[in-house]
Ligand binder design. Sequence first.
Ligand SMILES: NC(=O)c1ccc[n+]([C@@H]2O[C@H](COP(=O)([O-])OP(=O)(O)OC[C@H]3O[C@@H](n4cnc5c(N)ncnc54)[C@H](O)[C@@H]3O)[C@@H](O)[C@H]2O)c1
Length: 394
Amino acid sequence: MTTTIRIGIIGAGMAGQAHAFGYRNAMMAGDLGDVDVQLHTIADPNLGLAQSVAKRYGFANAVADIDAFLANPEIDAVSVALPNHLHAQILPKVIASGKHLFAEKPIGRTREEAAWLAGLAEASSAVTGVGFSFRRLPGLAALAQAVQGGAIGQVHTVRAWYNADYAADPAGALSWRYSQELSGGGALLDIGAHAIDAAQFVVGPVTRVLNSTLRTVITERPKPAAGAIGHGAATTEERGPVTNDDVALLTVEFDGGAVGQITLSRISSGIPNSLGVEAFGSEGHALFDSISAGEFHLFQNGVATSATNGPRRIFTGPEHPYFNDVAAMPGAGVGTGYAEAFVAEIQEFLRCVRDGSPMDTDFNTAVKMMRVVGAALDSAASNAVIDINTHQQA
Ligand SMILES: NC(=O)c1ccc[n+]([C@@H]2O[C@H](COP(=O)([O-])OP(=O)(O)OC[C@H]3O[C@@H](n4cnc5c(N)ncnc54)[C@H](O)[C@@H]3O)[C@@H](O)[C@H]2O)c1
């Protein structure tokens, strides 16, 4: 029996286009042969952009009116890729529509907004997934499996990071990302969402933020021209203040006692886009860096004599999660990158819609990440240790 899933995307900016790419290529997965994915509508108040994205990615329609889009019974499943301040406005409407929902991280701007939205998602019988896309990179997923499976013993020390350079140029436009009010956090949330989630994915839940330092290095920027999206937007003569962090340095403690440092920067000149996790344990260590997304590293005590033992560089291939469903050629070493991670996450979403099963990255995954972000903001303001669960000084 074939399951037809008619897709709509709300938000045609940088992430919305990545989702469109994911849906367009989702049918690469052999086990989705019984799903008929129909690329139905792109919705964005910027109609010209919606039309351009619909044409380029093969969607049949483009609309500006999001409420009319949600009232359309022809659309079964919806991706939402809007600026963070619109999550609390639009996600409840999507949930109320009964359509299946795949929402971009971070789910609102604060842990309170995220918890409220998670409650709405919990009460829905539709699939409500969240796009923690880095988890779908075969190397990071394999590393998490190895660490969770005990390959490096009891983890005691963790290093996680997300270094990006999209904000390194002071002439870059003051988009919604640079407003604490509109975004909920600078590097701490925009890219920190991924690094914090990746650290918890590999090691387990963070229980306390021991210390947090936030810095705004570039304090004002030119305002964007109308219709700007993504990082490379055109600017105007007018300038405005940056009200969130360019750099965030966190020291955290994990369930089980491991300590870790999470370094986040959107002004890392020369490092365009690198998310990494390194974990040291009683039996070895494990490392993944998305800048070399086709590989990960594992060191295990005693697998060779000390003269020849060292970290092994493992190239991802058909043995690793997601690889077979997204790689253009089915052999280890051909590598997959961040584009394929969007295909893999959309494939997971479609499987859940077909099977009526919950998604592994859902609103509760987002809440767990947002609690760390909330504690980091509190810790930076109070200079105190913050307990993740109570939100209190600990
Ligand atoms: N998973 C990832 O790697 C990843 C990457 C980028 C962004 N994101 C997430 O996706 C979401 C969207 O980010 P983006 O980079 O695509 O943003 P963007 O600025 O590139 O695009 C936002 C889109 O929303 C539309 N929009 C609708 N109403 C708007 C309004 N009132 N104000 C401004 N824009 C409005 C804009 O027209 C634009 O097309 C964010 O929540 C972000 O955290 C995730």
